[in-house]
Design a protein. Structure first.
Length: 256
């Protein structure tokens, strides 16, 4: 009887915790709505099912033409970043994703677009252009088309997102869902734009550590294997087409 009582109490405690988190989000969003007059729709997940599942759940109830995927550990460096990320969509119907420059907390670059390269074992991995370089490194200030962008902060055309089925959810929580989406949208004929005038700080992997399903080493290796199996030939052709080492910007450009 005592064991049953303990089980029931754990379930009740878990449900109450979920309710308090949900109510906290509701109160916060209500406050933001009062301050800024922006309408919100809230999707409450039963558990932390990972980036892909959460983004897909949000996208299903979203009404806008552009989806903004922004991690909870990403903070704008200043105002105007969202407008700057939206601008390329109006400039070119071919652009299906835009991404900003992301910074570490010391101001150095964390992300200025994504590219794909093999490691010394011949395994395909995701890499970030100019990672660790100074914030104003000249090449990182050039708006341009890139092979991909990180899901920590990306804007996506909803119609294109829905057309390819959104994020693939069978990666182990934490990695490669974003590059998989980029490659799906590229395969469907879309382009991806890096917008350096939009800057945000990314406190990398601060949010993901809260998931009980996250296993950094094992998950990363499995996801890399799964990702390469699906996209190895496409990544090879894509990086051949770009024909640039990672320290130089692609010659493909968009208006700043």
């Amino acid at each position: 009887m005592k064991s049953l009582f303990n089980i029931v109490m754990r379930i009740v405690s878990s449900l109450l915790g979920l309710l308090m988190v949900a109510m906290g989000c509701v109160w916060m969003l209500q406050g933001l709505n009062l301050l800024y007059g922006i309408p919100f729709r809230l999707a409450v997940m039963r558990r932390n099912s990972g980036y892909a599942a959460a983004c897909n759940a949000g996208a299903r109830i979203a009404r806008g033409e552009i989806l903004a995927m922004v991690n909870s550990d990403v903070i704008p460096a200043g105002p105007g970043w969202l407008d700057r990320l939206v601008e390329p969509f109006a400039a070119s119907a071919a652009i299906t994703i835009t991404g900003p420059k992301l910074l570490f907390d010391d101001g150095s670059i964390q992300h200025a677009g994504m590219y794909f390269a093999r490691n010394h074992f011949g395994h395909w991995l995701n890499h970030h252009f100019y990672k660790g370089y100074p914030r104003d490194f000249t090449a990182a200030t050039v708006a341009r088309l890139v092979p991909g962008v990180t899901g920590a902060c990306m804007l996506v055309r909803k119609a294109a997102f829905d057309q390819v089925g959104g994020f693939t959810e069978d990666y182990v929580i934490g990695d490669y869902e974003d590059s998989d989406l980029c490659l799906k949208l590229r395969d469907a004929g879309g382009d991806i734009a890096y917008v350096p005038s939009a800057e945000l700080y990314h406190f990398e992997r601060q949010s993901i550590r809260q998931s009980e399903d996250y296993m950094r080493g094992s998950a990363d290796r499995y996801n890399a294997w799964l990702h390469a199996g699906r996209w190895g030939e496409a990544m090879d052709a894509l990086m051949t087409a770009f024909r640039q080492p990672p320290h130089k910007p692609s010659p493909l450009r968009i208006a700043a």
